[in-house]
Design a protein around this ligand. Structure first.
Ligand code: B12
Length: 212
């Protein structure tokens, strides 16, 4: 008999919407740590991604996965967002040009809000000038650039260059995030930090914002 965790990972990887949502609700009702569920979402999306690369899943399956993930997030969000405190600072975040993945970004936003940050969400597929204008307008301590595609790294680099050109680079800390980010991408884009995990990302954003 598989554990509830294994069943959840399998149901999501198999794109079984009803079972995935049922198990997510059960796990929350059982008082499970939502971060454990996020870890399992990661395991399942890795499987989905692999199957897509192997030609066993198609774009339609990625779309289905996206739909299920959004609904799982609706279930997780209230639990994640419970411990909202006083404002710790402002973060502007968006998905870079050419990339429309936003489920991970939305998780990061939910966690940041739970930590007491004010968050301005710029949405997806945003060109550099949108980030430049948002930094000018909102004066955040930290700017988060999200992207899951390999090409997103190039867009992140362009975005940070535009911020530099606008004379704003020393006014804001920048973190890049998503599955393709790493130390090398951080150096290439000239970001201050990177994260491919929401919990680690939030910890790094707190450090960048000078919040202990
Ligand atoms: C669902 C999905 C989609 C959905 C997205 C729906 C949506 N609203 O987001 C749709 C169907 C739109 C989609 C489209 C495509 N996708 Co897609 N997709 C996925 C899939 C299966 C899951 C992504 C996901 O939501 N994961 C769950 C979340 C919770 O994880 P996450 O996004 O990684 O986010 C976490 C961290 O990265 C981090 N994080 C994220 N952002 C930020 C930002 C900051 C500031 C910080 C600190 C942290 C942080 O925190 C998050 C939570 O822990 C992945 C597979 C995978 N392994 O990632 C492929 C994947 C990302 N897609 C891929 C591809 C190729 C595509 C398409 C090109 C397919 C096509 N031929 O059309 C298009 C591209 C569209 C575009 N222009 O962007 C590839 C990318 C390969 C590459 N190296 O470039 C992947 C990896 C699949 C694969 N293995 O081939 N996709």
């Amino acid at each position: 008999m598989a554990s509830m965790e294994e069943e959840f990972v399998n149901a999501l990887a198999e794109l079984d919407e009803t079972k995935t949502l049922e198990l997510a609700k059960k796990r929350i009702a059982a008082g499970e740590d939502p971060f454990k569920i996020l870890d399992d979402i990661r395991k399942a999306t890795d499987i989905i991604g692999k199957r897509y690369e192997e030609g066993r899943y198609f774009v339609s399956d990625l779309i289905m996965a996206g739909e299920i993930l959004k609904q799982v997030m609706e279930i997780l969000k209230p639990v994640i967002g419970e411990k909202r405190g006083e404002s710790k600072g402002k973060v502007v975040i968006g998905t870079v040009e050419g990339d429309v993945h936003d489920i991970g970004k939305n998780i990061v936003i939910a966690l940041l809000e739970a930590e007491g940050f004010e968050v301005v969400d710029l949405g997806v597929d945003q060109p550099p000038e949108v980030f430049v204008n948002a930094v000018k307008e909102h004066k955040p301590q930290v700017l988060g650039l999200s992207g899951l595609l390999t090409e997103a790294i190039e867009s992140m680099k362009k975005t940070i260059e535009a911020i530099e050109k606008a004379g704003l680079r020393n006014k804001v800390k920048i973190i890049i995030g998503g599955g393709r980010t790493n130390e090398e991408a951080k150096q290439y884009t000239k970001a201050d930090d990177w994260a491919d995990d929401a919990a680690v990302g939030v910890r790094k954003i707190k450090a960048l914002a000078g919040v202990v």
